[in-house]
Ligand binder design. Structure first.
Ligand SMILES: *Cc1c(COP(=O)(O)O)cnc(C)c1O
Length: 234
């Protein structure tokens, strides 16, 4: 099965990212594209790989592990786990991913640290922040973030890289930018507080708010729909 629309949608997504970077006055390599492939078959990932895409984001552990098995030959794929993370999933994530974007509490971080296999490099971690302070959403609060970051920064098998957020939907570009600006400020404060830690990542921006995120300094944008098309509800 090949998807005839993927080459065009991937190319136009790359152009969209480049245009956003240009308009923000940032270098064209200042943000990378993470292709969010949840609910999409391994064959589409293979096709995107053939078009040069290397970083893929998955939300559902079982589904991700199945696709990783199917794509085991593609050993330069960089797998990012971006979905909600409960304690019973940490081992498989620690063993099978290069990045996790959804760490929001100390217990999860400690388990990932203990379970990261010794033969693998440290697991790259972004802390997920509940940036719009939505009551039932995952993510650490801005208030609790500094303490969590200090804890994670000294775990030897994790490499704290930055912050991730999924803001509440907003209508205008100006409104979309506000939570992203808060996340950037939070990262800047952590960079001052933890100068030894390689805090270089702002994981923010999805298909509907890419431009706002890039204007506020996103370094890793997570796009699914724009690349792979609409998803059936999971
Ligand atoms: C699904 C998902 C995305 C991609 O969303 P699109 O709107 O399809 O681009 C990005 N980040 C996370 C955490 C997601 O769950």
């Amino acid at each position: 099965m090949t998807d005839i629309t993927l080459p065009a949608s991937l190319a136009s997504t790359r152009e969209r990212l480049h245009l956003a970077l240009e308009q923000a006055g940032r270098p064209l390599n200042a943000a990378r594209l993470l292709a969010v492939s949840k609910t999409k078959p391994a064959e589409l990932i293979r096709q995107a790989w053939q078009l040069g895409q290397r970083e893929f984001g998955e939300n559902y552990l079982q589904e991700a592990l199945e696709k990783q098995t199917q794509l085991a030959d593609f050993d330069d794929i960089v797998w990012h786990f971006i979905g909600p993370l409960q304690s019973n999933k940490t081992r498989a994530v620690a063993e099978n991913f290069a990045w996790v974007h959804s760490v929001d509490r100390e217990k999860i971080a400690r388990r990932l640290n203990e379970q990261r296999p010794e033969n693998l490099p440290p697991l790259n971690v972004c802390l997920q922040v509940n940036i719009s302070a939505e009551p039932s959403k995952s993510g650490v609060s801005l208030e609790a973030l500094p303490a969590l970051a200090r804890e994670v920064a000294h775990l030897p098998n994790l490499r704290l890289r930055g912050l991730m957020a999924i803001p509440a939907p907003a209508d205008s570009l100006a409104e979309q930018r506000r939570p992203f600006a808060r996340l950037r400020h939070a990262l800047e404060q952590l960079q001052q507080e933890l100068p030894e830690t390689p805090l270089d990542t702002l994981s923010m921006g999805m298909s509907d708010d890419l431009e706002a995120a890039v204007q506020e300094g996103a370094t890793l944008v997570r796009l699914g729909t724009a690349i792979f098309g609409a998803r059936a509800t999971h």
